[in-house]
Structure formats: structure tokens, C-alpha cells
Design a protein around this ligand. Structure first.
Ligand code: DAH
Length: 334
């Protein structure tokens, strides 16, 4: 081969590429074209190997021609590759169009337990009315659970058949009322708290009894409080929690730590049945004295309600045990 022949062959390779490049539509076509020219047995590669057939004084010149062609072709391939890649991208995007009308993937979502929801709702109502949330221990002494609340040693609630005793004078609290004592001993009036919490009684579980249950205690002590204030607060609560359209009724009751004491009932207007919602009353003067308050100076009122009972009334639940069974068919409804 002579230098002239080699130069012509090089031009030929370029002309062939130019002709073929119009038909290159995909990246695969491009790769085929590249191999045909630059591959191990490609046309340009072969031309490079024919360099050694040239007389040595022509080789440098021939090498220059071939290297220039190689560069040109590589540039052309790169440009083409860019165009094709962009086209492939558009094509992929068009193919992958999302269908927003398809149903999504369902993922189970956790929820708060219905009793927690109800407790938070009750807290919210009283926080808005200016009450603080207080708490106390679930393991109590007889002093806080009974004595300081004016529950005498012969009171039936003290019976070990009714309370879970952990030792001499120590028991699981049977109500949230001991928190009243703890808070009053710590603070000076005015005191305005609610205390939600767990309580324990030796009851056999049935549809309306559970050995563990929850109460919310309320206490407001200040100068000049009367039974009318108690009625107003409970009325606000009933309206916020159960909604409008309920009426309230107070009937006389007895609790050692309140005087007078009452039981509060509500009834949906237009229906027959009264439902008991809580025990309440004016804090007994002896309780106020016990914590160092002067009953001539301040008065107070309190109530205690059952969270399970509130939830059962609100949602029409008839068996308290459902709250503990962890049955998702029940829990997922709230
Ligand atoms: N501690 C009472 C109980 O467990 C409920 C109660 C009644 C609480 C009257 C009070 C109250 O604060 O004033 O049955």
C-alpha cells in the first residue's frame, strides 16, 4: 500500500461513516458502527496495522492522517451518543408516565388506644378551662389513699378483699383521690388540677368491672367556691365531651372526703335513661385541715370519673374487657 492509497482509504472510511450515521437510531446501532470502524478488526484498526507496510519515511505522515481520522470519528461518535442518550431518556420518561388513578400501597398505620384518646381529650378540655395536669404514684400508702381522705379504718373499702395490698399499710391506689392530698400538701391555694391515672381494685373482671381501670380526678380549691361553680365546671365538661343536647342531674350521694357529695347523671334530651358519669362534691373541711388549709378561708370541690366509663358511654361499648384484649378489629375502629 502506498501513502496515497492509505489516504484514500482513510477518506473512504469517513465517507462510509457519514453515510451510515444517518441510519444509526439507537445506542446499540452506534456501538455496532463503532466496532466496525474502531474494533479489534475494525476498518481503521486494520488501516493502522498496514502502516508497517509503508516505507519508513512515509510512516509519520500516514500516522498523522490516521490519528486525525480516529480523533474525528471518536468525536462524531461521542456527539451521536449524546443525542441518542437524550432521546432514550425522553423515551423512558414517556414510557414511565405515572398513573395517579391507581390505588396506593396500603400501609398499616398505628393509632392511639381509645382510652388514651379519651384521656387526652378530657385533659384538653380542662387545660382550656385553666386546670393543670398533676400525677401521683400508683403504689400508695393507706394514709394518702384512705386516712387523709377521711376514710376511717372501719370503712369497707379498706378491706383487703377490695384493695390490692402490697405490704403493711401499702397498696395499689384504689382511686386517684390521693393525688388531691399530695398536690394540696405541696401547693398553696388556689389549686386547680386534674389527675388522670390508673387505679386498682380487687374486682373479678366482667362486662363492667376490671381490676385495673383509669380515673380522672379534678380538684379546685380557692376562696369563695360554691356548689354552683362545681355545677358550672361539670356542665362545661359534659357539653365539650358529649356535645350539646344533654341534660344533667345531681343526686345526693356519700363520699367520706366530700360534704355534700353528689352523683352526676346525664341524659340525652328526649330520652328516658339517666347515665351516671361521676362522683363529686365539696371538699370535706377535715380534708382541707389535714393538708394545712383553713376551711374558714378556702373552699373547694372535686370529682372523680372513670375513663373507661366515659369511653363506653361515648362509643356505646358494652364490655369493659374489650379495652384490654388488644383485638385489632375493636381497636382499629377508633
Ligand atoms: N374517688 C371516688 C371513687 O373512686 C370518686 C370521687 C368521688 C372522687 C367524689 C372525687 C369526689 O373527687 O369528689 O369512687
Amino acid at each position: 500500500m502506498t501513502l496515497t492509497e492509505l489516504a484514500r482509504a482513510a477518506e473512504e472510511i469517513w465517507a462510509q461513516w457519514e453515510k451510515a450515521s444517518g441510519g444509526v437510531k439507537t445506542l446499540e446501532d452506534l456501538e455496532t458502527a463503532r466496532i466496525q470502524i474502531l474494533g479489534r478488526k475494525g476498518r481503521l484498526t486494520q488501516l493502522f496495522s498496514s502502516l508497517r507496510d509503508l516505507p519508513s519515511q512515509e510512516r509519520a505522515e500516514a500516522g498523522k492522517i490516521l490519528n486525525a481520522l480516529k480523533e474525528r470519528i471518536e468525536e462524531a461518535l461521542a456527539k451521536k451518543r449524546e443525542v441518542l442518550a437524550q432521546g432514550a431518556q425522553w423515551e423512558r420518561l414517556a414510557r414511565e408516565r405515572y398513573d395517579f388513578s391507581l390505588p396506593g400501597k396500603w400501609r398499616p398505620l398505628g393509632k392511639l388506644h381509645p382510652l388514651t384518646q379519651v384521656r387526652l381529650e378530657i385533659e384538653e378540655i380542662f387545660l382550656r378551662l385553666g386546670f393543670d395536669v398533676a400525677s401521683g404514684p400508683e403504689i400508695e400508702t393507706e394514709y394518702y389513699n384512705f386516712e387523709a381522705l377521711n376514710i376511717g379504718p372501719d370503712h369497707p373499702a379498706r378491706d383487703e378483699w377490695d384493695s390490692f395490698y402490697l405490704g403493711e399499710g401499702v397498696l395499689l391506689r384504689t382511686h386517684t383521690s390521693p393525688v388531691q392530698i399530695r398536690v394540696m400538701k405541696e401547693r398553696k391555694p388556689p389549686v386547680r388540677i386534674i389527675c388522670p391515672g390508673r387505679c386498682y381494685r380487687r374486682d373479678n373482671p366482667d362486662a363492667t368491672h376490671s381490676p385495673v381501670f383509669h380515673q380522672v380526678e379534678l380538684l379546685w380549691v380557692e376562696k369563695g367556691l360554691t356548689f354552683a361553680h362545681l355545677k358550672w365546671v361539670i356542665g362545661e365538661f359534659v357539653r365539650a365531651f358529649f356535645g350539646p343536647g344533654y341534660e344533667m342531674r345531681f343526686s345526693a350521694d356519700f363520699f367520706p372526703f366530700t360534704e355534700p357529695s353528689a352523683q352526676v347523671h346525664i341524659r340525652k334530651k328526649g330520652t328516658e335513661k339517666w347515665l351516671e358519669i361521676m362522683g363529686a362534691g365539696m371538699v370535706h373541711p377535715r380534708v382541707l385541715e389535714e393538708v394545712g388549709y383553713d376551711p374558714e378561708e378556702v373552699t373547694g370541690f372535686a370529682f372523680g370519673l372513670g375513663i373507661e366509663r366515659m369511653a363506653m358511654l361515648r362509643y356505646g361499648i358494652e364490655d369493659i374487657r374489650l379495652f384490654w384484649q388488644n383485638d385489632l378489629r375493636f381497636l382499629s375502629q377508633f
